[in-house]
Ligand binder design. Structure first.
Ligand SMILES: [Ca+2]
Length: 357
């Protein structure tokens, strides 16, 4: 894989941002032997979280089911269906995250699109993985909509639960301090408000359009991927209390709010899940149908972004670092996307595994 990356880097040295999608040579590189298909025939997979035994739980956005996938891959086993989920063009059962004390509390956290508002819940998983039940509501009041839910959950190095939201197709909410929409939120695992948040609220940063990826660098830097409208998608370095500009600014268009770390054209990108591993962010692109590798160090770019698997597997929704150091990806070709959607390929949707060494 490392050799592959070096080859791609050579192509990128002769490219600029506007031609990131024009690297057809990459498709001829021997990628196949480096990508393992762990599971197939999934329906609109969205959230992914690993358990202490190395197996994983996967959410289906459009069925509200949670399946368990063995550490080495295989047929996903149904754990249960999360009650109270409202489905819409982009809504449903979204992000999942595992309690750090799962072996004792059997708890995971989930982002649900719901009526009257979206919410974050705790879910207990039975010992035999055969049933589940919602045990607690950690947060509600996130305005719901047909689109722009955000939906990613990550527990940070601070031990708190980080939540990405969207503007619910009401751009003004991103700048409204009373709203939980268009924000990056941070709460305690019992729903409490950590010190350092804005206005003693769940809000950590604001002025976001639709954030579907959060990743933490080894130094604690918080990175987030954000879907733009038609001009620029963004990757941002997130600091508490800062304004990231939407809707007055989009990417590098407009000077209102914090400038992004880097931007991509939505046709080449439309980012969702993101993970940090081995000196880079690994970011899935939906409309752009690729995996971006973005070298970073201490909150700054440390190299030119690299596009992998361009149009090879279709839309990529979710990217997570597995306990064994590999990276798992979800394709997202069954999601019925209203913008940038694709016809599912044979076996879609799939979980793919990439070994980084
Ligand atoms: Ca911005």
């Amino acid at each position: 894989m490392i050799r592959l990356l070096q080859i791609i880097c050579i192509f990128q040295l002769f490219s600029c941002n506007s031609t990131l999608n024009d690297i057809s040579e990459v498709e001829e590189q021997p990628v196949e032997s480096e990508v393992i298909v762990l599971a197939t025939e999934l329906t609109s997979p969205w959230g992914l979280t690993f358990l202490p035994d190395g197996s994983a739980l996967v959410s289906s956005r459009t069925t509200a089911q949670i399946h368990r996938v063995p550490a080495g891959g295989g047929t996903p086993q149904l754990v249960g269906t999360v009650p109270g989920v409202s489905f819409s063009a982009e809504g449903g059962l979204l992000g999942l995250e595992t309690s750090p004390s799962f072996e004792n509390d059997r708890t995971i956290y989930a982002y649900l699109s719901a009526q009257p508002t979206n919410k974050i819940v705790a879910i207990e998983i039975a010992e035999d993985f055969g049933t589940l039940n919602v045990s607690n509501v950690l947060l509600d009041g996130i305005t719901t909509a047909n689109r722009h839910h955000g939906g990613r959950l990550k527990i940070g190095p601070d031990g708190h639960l980080w939540i990405s939201t969207g503007d619910a197709f009401q751009p003004e909410l991103a700048q409204n301090s009373e709203s939980l929409n268009g924000k990056i939120l941070r709460i305690g695992l019992n729903g409490s408000i950590p010190e350092g948040n804005m206005n003693n609220s769940p809000v950590y940063s604001y002025g976001h359009r639709n954030v579907q990826g959060i990743a933490f660098g080894p130094d604690g830097t918080v990175y987030a991927s954000e879907l733009g409208h038609r001009t620029w998608d963004e990757v941002n370095v997130i600091h508490e209390g800062l304004n990231y500009g939407w809707p007055q600014s989009e990417g590098t268009t407009g000077s209102f709010g914090e400038p992004p770390l880097t931007v991509f054209h939505p046709d080449d990108c439309s980012p969702s899940g993101m993970a940090y591993a081995r000196g880079s962010l690994w970011m899935g692109a939906l409309g752009g149908q690729r995996l971006y590798q973005i070298p970073v160090e201490n909150g700054e770019l440390s190299g030119t972004p690299i596009a992998h698997f361009v149009e090879e597997y279709g839309r990529i929704r979710t990217v997570e670092l597995a306990p064994d150091g590999s990276v798992w990806l979800f394709t997202s070709n069954t999601d019925g996307a209203t913008w940038g959607g694709t016809t599912p390929k044979q076996g879609d949707d799939k979980i793919l595994k990439i070994e980084l060494e």
